[in-house]
Design a protein around this ligand. Structure first.
Ligand SMILES: [Ca+2]
Ligand SMILES: [Ca+2]
Ligand SMILES: [Ca+2]
Length: 259
């Protein structure tokens, strides 16, 4: 009995499906599905804050992977959410003609374009939207403090053999524990960019037989050292980054002397 009902239901369903498939080959049915529009967009890290995606900035301005964009209809009801891909791209499809609102603001970041955007979807056209966001940054350098005074004199060499710096944070883009590494360049400098607001610690490893030099020596933060540790790995204090804030000159000086 039950099987009979099932069989008959599936027969009806099967008939419906084949009818629908046939329908899509009929020009008038094609016109109906063709009247649905789409919204394509990008959320990008607008590092220079000008609202545009600059390709000339070192390495270009990257897309914001995992950025979340919410789509509302004219009544303010949520239609759908989209999560950006590795290139910061998102897409809403099958939208009936009408007025929509997009919210591309990201928690922990500063928006460099309007957070909310009205978009008019007409027919089968695709509308394009871009949201710029600016994150925080932490930069500094590694150097050998030859005279052990805790201050980076111009004559003192950068430590370019460093295995790089590791950043650990309480939050990553969207609430996950963050751990990122950055190599140092030929000047011993490292940079972490596009960071959401939150608390971070930076650590690195010095040459064998060295310790962190004294911290906060002298009045100039751009030439002092900010890492502590007797051997091996040295660490910064915890850093609280506000949305879009930049922490510069978080530097690691290494000495062979004792502090
Ligand atoms: Ca830009
Ligand atoms: Ca020095
Ligand atoms: Ca410093």
């Amino acid at each position: 009995m039950t099987r009979g009902i099932r069989r008959s239901a599936s027969t009806v369903l099967g008939a419906g499906i084949s009818a629908a498939i046939l329908m899509s080959f009929v020009p008038s049915a094609g016109a109906i599905s063709g009247s649905l529009g789409a919204i394509d967009g990008t959320v990008f890290f607008d590092r220079n804050g000008n609202g545009l995606i600059d390709r000339s900035t070192t390495g270009g301005e990257p897309g914001a992977e995992k950025a979340e964009v919410r789509l509302y209809d004219a009544d303010g009801d949520v239609v759908a959410d989209a999560v950006a891909d590795a290139n910061g791209k998102f897409r809403f499809t099958d939208l009936r003609p009408g007025t929509y609102k997009l919210d591309g603001g990201q928690s922990g970041f500063v928006s460099t374009t309007e957070d909310e955007r009205k978009v008019e979807v007409r027919g089968s056209k695709t509308e394009f939207v871009r949201f710029g966001i600016r994150g925080g940054s932490i930069t500094g350098l590694a150097w050998i403090d030859e005279n052990g005074d805790g201050i980076h004199q111009e004559t003192e060499k950068a430590y370019t053999d460093s295995r790089g710096f590791t950043l650990t944070g309480a939050t990553d883009y969207y609430g996950k524990i963050a751990q990122r590494t950055a190599k140092v360049d030929e000047n011993g400098e490292y940079a972490f960019e596009d960071l959401p607001s939150g608390r971070y610690t930076v650590q690195t490893t010095g040459p064998d037989g060295t310790t962190a030099t004294k911290t906060e020596a002298g009045p100039d933060a751009t030439t002092d050292s900010d890492f502590t540790g007797k051997s091996g790995t040295v660490k910064s204090d915890k850093i609280q980054l506000a949305p879009g804030a930049g922490m510069v000159s978080l530097d690691a000086g290494f000495t062979r002397g004792t502090n």
